[in-house]
Ligand binder design. Structure first.
Ligand code: LLP
Length: 408
């Protein structure tokens, strides 16, 4: 992710900013495109993960479709060159204005989440003398084994149609002439690292497609959603997801009939590792019980740790450089871990609570992070921040919007 001259470059820039490694992004997209093509699976990029213009331009150039959850995302996808025939509009609360705009843009499909929504889309399409293609998002009640804040496929979640409501859906589809039924859609949660969860999903999908076929509602598209997790703990060891194993599960367990298309909506897995949040230490507060590193970035730039207790690797690039320059002073401690000897002039690793400048106690990236002794002006990077990072930044405290910087 970081080449040798990166610190010099970062030192000359105003912080905070998101740093995008466009080569890593390209390699990730290539790996996903290759693995999905093995089975003729189609991937729609989940725009919500990151809609930075350079990022979506790159993603679009690999031929992926776009999975959108607002009128704004549909508009951005089409303006950035995504084929409108590969644009899907999902979301539990689409407004009439958004539906109308999507109808005007002639997108591929609406992923619909209730009988009431079917009725509304039908009426709006009728008023325009159009037919809207729809897929039904079904809540399969499959546990994603991920953080409960980002689980979506359980009956207690607000998303999708529950299975006991399916008879009403089938009836509505038979009575609404301005809808064309395309297929069924699922998304059970995000940051899923246990692939057996997807096997469970396939079993449910196979049963459910049978249910539709028996009611003379043939399925052309099976949309399995997204959710593939990334390695937040060892980003340098695993910079690219194992897309081959992920798609293989579906190839092995999903019952795909001739002529059917299989769609996915990956977000995080395509973009997470390609960006870091780069900030500077503003102040170091050394206390008796705690040491604090106060950064110029906080929850306004990256809210995941505060919102989901999400773990991100945090590094002090300036500190690492100082350590490197004093290599002669390195020795091993009892556990074999490398630490700096006191003679080197730099203390060994120190535990810091790494916090932001926002006036909220939750504005903390992580407690007790072991870092080389740190100073005002040091460059701190928060890794694996390319998904749900920049897009969830806010203007709270009337702070400037976070900037973006790209690898050259
Ligand atoms: N499809 C649907 C219907 C979704 O709701 C989502 C994500 C995706 C696809 C893409 O999921 P992915 O492949 O990125 O896991 N802000 C949270 C994650 C929220 C995910 C919302 N839905 C976070 O920072 O972890």
């Amino acid at each position: 992710m970081f080449n040798t001259n990166i610190l010099t470059r970062f030192n000359n820039l105003e912080t905070p900013f998101y740093y995008y490694d466009l080569d890593l992004l390209a390699q990730t997209l290539q790996a996903c495109a290759y693995a999905s093509a093995q089975y003729n699976f189609h991937v729609h990029y989940a725009m919500k993960a990151n809609f930075n213009p350079k990022v979506i331009d790159k993603i679009q150039s690999y031929g992926f479709g776009a999975d959108c959850v607002s009128g704004g995302e549909v508009k951005a996808a089409i303006e950035h060159g995504f084929d409108k025939g590969k644009v899907v509009f999902a979301g539990v609360g689409k407004s009439d204005k958004e539906i109308n705009e999507a109808l005007d843009r002639e997108i591929f499909c609406f992923n619909v989440e209730s009988v009431q929504e079917l009725q509304i889309i039908n009426d709006l399409a009728k008023a325009k003398n159009k037919t809207a293609s729809v897929a039904i998002r079904i809540n399969p009640n499959v546990d994603a084994h991920t953080h409960h804040f980002i689980t979506t496929g359980l009956e207690e979640n607000k998303f999708g149609v529950n299975t006991w409501e399916l008879p009403a859906v089938a009836e509505a589809l038979g009575q609404l002439p301005n809808l064309q039924f395309l297929g069924i859609h699922f998304h059970i949660g995000s940051q899923i690292t246990d692939l057996s969860v997807y096997k469970n999903l396939c079993v449910r999908v196979n049963e459910l497609q049978q249910w539709f076929e028996e009611r003379n509602l043939p399925i052309k598209v099976l949309n399995l959603g997204g959710g593939l997790g990334v390695d937040y703990y060892e980003p340098d060891e695993n910079p690219i997801c194992d897309f081959a194993s992920y798609f293989k599960v579906f190839n092995d367990f999903l019952n795909v009939k001739p002529g059917q298309e299989v769609h996915f909506e990956l977000g995080r897995a395509l973009v997470a590792q390609s960006a870091s949040l780069v900030s500077r230490v503003l102040y170091v507060k050394n206390g008796i019980k705690k040491n604090f590193l106060i950064l110029d970035a906080g929850m306004t730039e990256l809210i995941r740790p505060m919102l989901y207790q999400a773990y991100h690797v945090i590094e002090n690039l300036s500190g690492k450089e100082r350590v490197k320059n004093q290599e002669s002073g390195i020795k091993n401690d009892e556990s074999g871990k490398e630490v700096l000897s006191p003679e080197s002039g730099i203390l060994s690793l120190i535990k810091y609570d790494v916090v932001g400048p926002i006036c909220e106690s939750t504005d903390c990236f992580r407690k007790d992070v072991e870092l080389p002794e740190s100073y005002r002006g040091d460059i701190i990077v928060v890794r694996t921040a390319g998904a749900y990072g920049e897009v969830m930044a806010s203007g709270y405290n009337l702070r400037d919007r976070v900037q973006s910087v790209y690898s050259e």
